[in-house]
Design a binder for this molecule. Sequence first.
Ligand SMILES: *Cc1c(COP(=O)(O)O)cnc(C)c1O
Length: 242
Amino acid sequence: MFITYEEFAQRADGIRARIDSACRTAGRATGTIELLAVTKTHPAAAVEYAAKYGLCGVGENRVQEGIEKRAQVAATIRWELIGHLQTNKAKLAATHFDRIQSVDREKLLNQLDRAATEANRILPILLQINAGNDPAKFGADLADAPRLLETALLKKNLRVDGLMTIAPLGVDAATTADHAARTFNTLRGLRDDLAARFGVALRELSMGMTGDLEIAVATGSTLVRVGTALYGARDVTAATAG
Ligand SMILES: *Cc1c(COP(=O)(O)O)cnc(C)c1O
């Protein structure tokens, strides 16, 4: 049995409180950080709950799963792709998602721009950066970020909203927290450098999940992607990205 809406709302209230509290600690204005509900592996009801609660977006990891779920949902909400995107699925992703957060290579930029042009739309994207230098994570290397952004800014049908990253896990809680702080600070520093160098805002910093959202808020996140704390644990066999 999936959770009820009341359970969901209670959990969402709790996460909002965590975000607000982290904002106050960091001296940031409350209400400025978006909560993206990560609905991967969960039923369409998860999306309906998020919309009913008033969240503006949901995150999905897999193109096919997102498309199938979207067809079952009547509510209006923004659908974001946050999982690794294969080049051969770029066209599908560009036509079925409202924003793609996992753009990490030039070939993908080319495919997405072509698809967006054919669909006669402007596709918002984030550039995913492997700011924690984690061999297990997707995302462009830090050193390649300027070139990737330069290419992205030349694509007429893409709009670069900002950057996204996932922090590497550590061997224990303290190491994980330390990795998260360093990864998020690195992403923020990169954003500030790139914004100045290219004269663009790159407003969005998508960083922070269930386990590290306070650290993300402290380091400048504008959007946290939360799954487990909203919907409970996922079936790990169904949770692989792709
Ligand atoms: C699954 C996922 C999340 C959500 O993680 P939780 O720990 O369940 O909050 C956030 N971002 C990405 C990219 C994910 O794949």
